[in-house]
Write a protein that binds this ligand. Structure first.
Ligand code: ADP
Ligand code: 5GP
Length: 205
């Protein structure tokens, strides 16, 4: 029996370093990262089909109607969504899939795919979070304030996740996520069928 891949959902407030940590995680590991669709405009250096699929609001809404998204959410003033068919196909093929999405989206995925691994990225402090959002240089003063205020509320959602990882240094955060994934792959409820029932399991080799 071939083992399905894991769905690893990495989320948390804006500016905690999800994007940075995921990039470092993917450099070291053979994970499959889902490319989201969004209605926001590309930032400098972002490429369509690589960072996001940049869609018009009309096209995005058509995809919602067609149930093309595993989840979607309006984050600040733009829509973001995870293309469903590609993600489910990759999991079925045994690939470990990483989603880097906001909290609303992660909670929706948890409802439809509770066997996913839900990891909440925390900043080392709120002061550092503010510094990071300012340092990224992508926000106007208004959107900086909005993101920062939302972060205070969003941190309460940590209790809905399976794991919390503090992004003090990128290396530490990546190491913790790798350990979580290793442990998840050894969970009895994930592998007991393979051990006990499958003709290809260890009892039969
Ligand atoms: P998110 O994807 O959660 O919105 P980003 O990955 O864009 O966050 O990170 C926000 C800012 O913080 C970026 O400028 C990034 O370089 C910086 N950053 C991320 N992780 C760390 C870290 N461990 N230490 C210092 N700066 C970091
Ligand atoms: P940004 O505009 O900074 O790239 O992303 C803003 C927020 O949208 C981030 O918190 C990011 O994780 C989230 N996001 C990116 N893709 C998706 C997605 O497909 N679904 C959801 N729900 N959130 C997403």
């Amino acid at each position: 029996m071939s083992r399905k891949g894991l769905l690893i959902v990495i989320s948390g407030p804006s500016g905690t370093g999800k994007g940075t940590v995921c990039k470092a995680l993917l450099k070291k590991n053979d994970f499959w990262i889902s490319t989201s669709a969004t209605t926001r405009s590309p930032r400098k250096g972002e490429v369509d089909g690589v960072n996001y699929y940049f869609l018009t609001e009309e096209t995005f809404k058509d995809k919602i109607k067609n149930k093309d998204f595993l989840e979607y959410a309006k984050v600040y003033e733009n829509y973001y969504g995870t293309p469903k068919s590609q993600v489910l196909k990759a999991i079925d093929e045994g690939k470990d899939v990483v989603l880097e999405i906001d909290i609303q989206g992660a909670l929706k995925v948890k409802e439809s795919y509770p066997e996913g691994v839900f990891i909440f990225i925390l900043p080392p402090s709120m002061k550092e979070l503010k510094n990071r959002i300012i340092g990224r240089g992508s926000e106007t003063p208004e959107s900086l304030n909005l993101r920062f205020k939302s972060a205070y509320k969003e941190i309460n959602y940590v209790s809905k996740y399976n794991y919390a990882v503090i992004n003090d240094t990128v290396d530490n955060a990546v190491e913790n996520i790798e350990s979580i994934i290793t442990a998840e792959k050894c969970r009895v409820d994930r592998i007991k069928d393979e051990i006990l029932n499958s003709k290809e399991g260890i009892l039969y080799e």
